[in-house]
Design a protein around this ligand. Structure first.
Ligand SMILES: *Cc1c(COP(=O)(O)O)cnc(C)c1O
Length: 354
């Protein structure tokens, strides 16, 4: 079996799979409530909140769409800088929501001052931001953007931290972010199928007065059940066992050490790129710490490189996403990777490059 170094889903450890293989429990009972409660301190720590953290049995898009449905009553501003953030705008449109966007070229970060200028036009009540745009390897300045959004009363901020959560801080409460969400198959190194998210009191109030929220993704249903350490519908219980294991490893390692490990393993890949003349797609100062997106050099046979790396060494990297497929390639250092495991990948990539 090949080992994944693509930016999601990522490699899942045998210990995580073992934790997931516990006997099933009913979700309307004290055992489940204890499991649910046990996840709260660790989840609140990585999100940086004292608010409850909800568990959605869906991939990230479920909660990305739900944020629009629960929170937008007037008009949403989508901050677009790559495949996932651009798509959030088209999803809003497809739902019949009044949406406008700030669009920067792929590879660039969102400028907080452009957000200020756009919001000053008026009429908005929601902003969507992707902290770490996984398609381009751009890490946006959440704190600066959140500060701008906060200066407009009545405008809520939703932040997708899918490929960032536990690799870099998001600091929901300190930054006054209204929703932080993350699918667990990326930075949290679990199999896909679960999204964790938290919402501010202001977001909860907004949702209460939003009509047509439905049931499965109704924020008010999540809140009602959270009070009783439960979920609105039957959750992916095996994934919750896995999450409990991962949060244990994060507590053991310490969040600061985990951030430092991601910075170090990311720097290893940057140094490897420098040695081979591969240039970073994201600008200095806005480069992701959990993955690296490189320009594919002119004349470089990317698909042969990726194929040989897999067939000869059993490692999988990604050959670019969306409209920059082939023009870029991406290497993940998310999750459980260490300097030693990144060195194994680097040695293999060096071998293939000859
Ligand atoms: C992968 C990804 C998504 C989409 O997640 P799904 O789990 O496929 O719904 C959304 N946002 C970001 C930043 C991602 O990296």
């Amino acid at each position: 079996m090949a080992k994944l170094f693509i930016p999601g889903p990522i490699d899942v450890s045998p210990a995580t799979f073992a934790a997931m293989s516990q006997p099933m429990i009913g979700h309307r009972g004290s055992e489940f409530e204890a499991l649910y409660a046990s996840l709260q301190p660790g989840l609140r720590e990585i999100i940086g909140t004292t608010r409850p953290v909800y568990l959605s049995t869906s991939s990230a898009w479920g909660v990305m769409e739900a944020s629009l449905k629960n929170l937008c009553q007037k008009k949403v501003l989508n901050l677009c800088c790559g495949a996932f953030s651009d798509k959030w705008f088209s999803v809003a449109k497809s739902m019949g929501i009044d949406a406008d966007k700030i669009q920067v070229e792929w590879g660039q970060a969102i400028d907080p001052e452009s957000v200020r200028a756009k919001l000053a036009e008026g009429g908005f009540d929601l902003v969507t931001l992707i902290q770490n745009e996984t398609s381009t390897g751009v890490l946006n300045d959440v704190a600066a953007i959140a500060k701008v959004v906060k200066s407009f009363p009545g405008v809520l901020l939703v932040t997708d931290s899918v490929s960032a959560l536990s690799a870099v801080p998001v600091d929901m409460d300190a930054n006054h972010i209204d929703v932080v969400l993350a699918g667990v198959q990326k930075a949290l190194a679990l199999p896909p199928g679960l999204t964790v998210f938290s919402i501010s009191e202001a977001a909860l109030e907004r949702a209460k007065s939003t009509s047509n929220r439905g049931y499965y993704f109704d924020f008010i249903e999540f809140e009602k059940n959270a009070v009783a350490n439960n979920t609105p519908s039957t959750p992916a219980i095996s994934l919750l066992f896995g999450l409990q294991h991962i949060l244990g490893t994060i507590a053991n390692e310490g969040l600061a050490a985990r951030y430092a490990r991601h910075a170090a393993t990311n720097a290893q890949i940057h140094a490897w790129g420098d040695r081979h003349g591969f240039k970073n797609f994201a600008p200095e100062g806005f480069q992701s710490k959990s993955l690296t997106c490189f320009h594919t050099p002119e004349g470089f046979d990317l698909s042969a490189f990726i194929k040989s790396l897999k067939s000869k060494h059993g490692f999988v990297i990604n050959g670019g996403y969306g409209k920059i497929k082939g023009l870029t390639f991406r290497i993940s250092n998310m999750g459980n990777e260490t300097e030693a495991t990144m060195n194994e990948l680097i040695a293999a990539m060096d071998d293939v490059l000859g």
